[in-house]
Design a protein around this ligand. Structure first.
Ligand code: ZN
Length: 268
C-alpha cells in the first residue's frame, strides 16, 4: 500500500500476530529500497514482505533499518537479508544491549543515503536503550518504531525501559519539522506535534498520579497499580506494573521518591 509517492506500508498477510499489535513494516523506494523494520520472523510474515519488495522489478534492497531489537521489529531481518543481500542496520547501543549482530551500526545524526532519499538516525532511547527513529528528510516523514505509536501506550519495562529518557526523547522530536509519523504499530499520525505533546502530557499526568498515591501511603507497585488503574484488564497487569515501576525509578533518580526499607517507595 503506497502511503505517499515512494513510501509504502507492507501488510503481513494473515499471520497469527495480526490485529491490534501487528507491527508495521515500511518500504522506502527509489532506484534502491530500504525497509523500516522487518516484522516477525515467521515464514508467512517474511514471505509477504518479500513478495511486496519483489513486486518492484529490479529494485535492490540496500538496507533493513531496525528501530529496535524486539522480535516484532527485528524478527524477520535475517531471513530478508538472506534473500535480498540488504544490510541490517541497528544503533550501536541496541546491538550491545540486545546482543545481536548488525551489518552496520549507526549513531545519532548519521544519515543513510538511498539514491535521492536521506534517512537521518535520531536516537530516541526510552522504550529500549538504543531505540532510533528514522527521519526521511526530503518528505519530513518520521518512522517512529515503538517510540510513538498510532494508538495505545508505549510499553516501558525497566531496566530496559527508562521513563526519563523516554520523555526526553519525545521532547527531542518537537525540535524537528515533521509532516507525518509512520509508527511501528497502529495508524499513521498526521498531526505529529499534537500527538507528541499529548504523549508527554499523558506521562506527566501519570507521574503526578504516582506521586499522589505515594503521598496517600500507597507504597508498592502493586498498590499503586490498583489505585491508578482500578478497572484494569488482567492481561494488561504486567504492562501497568512496568509503567508504574518506570515512573518510580525516574522519581527516585530525581530525588522525589526513596525506596523504603521494607518494600516499595515513599515520597521525599
Ligand atoms: Zn518494542
Amino acid at each position: 500500500m503506497e502511503i505517499i509517492p515512494g513510501v509504502h506500508s507492507i501488510p503481513a498477510g494473515s499471520s497469527p500476530f495480526m490485529g491490534f499489535f501487528a507491527p508495521n513494516v515500511y518500504l522506502v523506494v527509489g532506484n534502491e529500497g530500504a525497509l523500516i523494520d522487518s516484522g516477525y520472523g515467521n515464514q508467512e510474515s517474511v514471505s509477504s514482505r518479500l513478495d511486496y519488495v519483489s513486486s518492484f522489478a529490479g529494485l535492490r534492497l540496500a538496507y533493513i533499518l531496525i528501530t529496535h531489537a524486539h522480535p516484532d521489529h527485528l524478527g524477520g531481518a535475517r531471513k530478508i537479508k538472506e534473500r535480498t543481500g540488504a544490510q541490517i542496520v541497528l544503533h550501536s547501543a541496541e546491538a550491545r544491549a540486545a546482543d545481536v549482530l548488525a551489518d552496520k551500526l549507526v549513531e545519532e545524526g548519521d544519515v543513510l543515503t538511498l539514491d535521492g532519499a536521506s534517512l537521518e538516525v535520531l536516537h530516541t532511547p526510552g522504550h529500549s536503550p538504543g531505540h532510533v527513529c528514522f527521519l526521511l528528510r526530503e518528505k519530513r516523514i518520521l518512522f517512529s518504531g515503538d517510540h510513538v505509536l498510532g494508538m495505545g501506550t508505549t510499553a516501558m519495562r525497566p531496566p530496559e525501559g527508562d521513563m526519563a529518557q523516554y520523555i526526553d526523547s519525545l521532547r527531542k522530536l518537537l525540535d524537528y519539522d515533521i509532516e507525518m509519523i509512520c509508527p511501528g504499530h497502529g495508524p499513521l499520525i498526521t498531526a505529529p506535534r499534537r500527538k507528541l505533546e499529548e504523549l508527554i502530557q499523558h506521562r506527566l499526568d501519570r507521574e503526578q498520579q504516582v506521586l499522589n498515591g505515594l503521598r496517600r501511603g500507597k507504597a508498592t507497585v502493586k498498590e499503586l497499580v490498583a489505585e491508578i488503574y482500578p478497572e484494569l484488564d488482567s492481561r494488561l497487569y504486567e504492562a501497568a506494573q512496568g509503567q508504574v515501576l518506570a515512573h518510580l525509578l525516574k522519581l527516585e533518580r530525581e530525588g522525589k521518591a526513596t525506596p523504603r526499607e521494607s518494600a516499595g517507595y515513599t515520597v521525599k
